[in-house]
Design a protein around this ligand. Sequence first.
Ligand code: BJW
Length: 254
Amino acid sequence: MKEPQHEALAAAIRAGGAITVLTGAGVSAASGVPTFRGQDGLWRSFPAEQLATAEAFDQDPALVWEWYAWRRALVAAAQPNAAHRVLADWSCRPDADVRIVTQNVDDLHVRAGTVRLVRLHGSLWELACRNRCATAPPTWPDLRVPLPVMPPRCPHCGGLARPAVVWFGESLPADALADAIDATRCRLFLAVGTSALVHPAAGLIGMAREHGAFTVEINPETTAASGGVDLALTGRAEVVLPQLDELAFGLPSD
Ligand code: BJW
């Protein structure tokens, strides 16, 4: 990758200053985690929009939990890929001001060692009481695969537990959204592996541009964001990010 635009982007990454990277499901594709809206994204022919809602859960908690149990097993067996590792390295550079804002709930950024990570849509590895009972904490970790009881129960009130993720129609965690909006005040904003269809996350790209950031998309496909960014790089995250890393810092990250 020696095109002038890649060299220029690598130079901008090397130059430092505030850099924010918004990630989506495409970043985990090379780890074997299906995207939501890709050809492999359907689970038993259900689009995510039909399962990732409180209404779907209340109608058929066993079905929705089956989807999450399948995804938890798949992610537990997966490993962070080269894209996660490069972003983790950037976030750890002592001279860097790099924040990663992710829509992903798989926690592969966490497992890659990312610091300054904002998780907009929660985590597959945390549960919450569906009834929001007074005695349960807002969320609690549960890494067990498989879960011993399906659907899992709230240990405090005995009612149903739910995955602590953000479903359609639900508000994002206020602190995470505030951190993400704050991160749009940056010099360089990269949107990697997201279809940019789901709001408010998708709106962060335009917000960053309004704040004067140079905005870049990295995606093998054209997306809802492609026309509105300063530079759209066509390619897979696990290929393009290591290339940029090598151009910027000289050493392959693997
Ligand atoms: C690769 C690759 C490789 C493949 N390398 N790339 C404004 C306008 C319109 C609607 C709304 C709006 N504001 C709010 C809404 C409503 C709604 C919404 O956005 N709807 C749209 C679908 C129209 N948003 C909400 O309800 C949000 N809540 C909210 O705003 O509350 C206030 C409110 C409520 C009601 C009305 C108004 C305001 C909550 C959104 C929660 C999203 N939750 C999910 C599920 C999380 C839990 C779970 O995982 O089960 O989050 S949905 C799903 O989509 C998941 C993802 O994080 C999210 C984004 O998907 P992502 O990451 O972009 O994945 P894909 O599959 O779409 O794309 C993958 C991309 O990767 C593709 O482009 C590939 O090409 C690419 N790719 N291989 C790089 N190797």
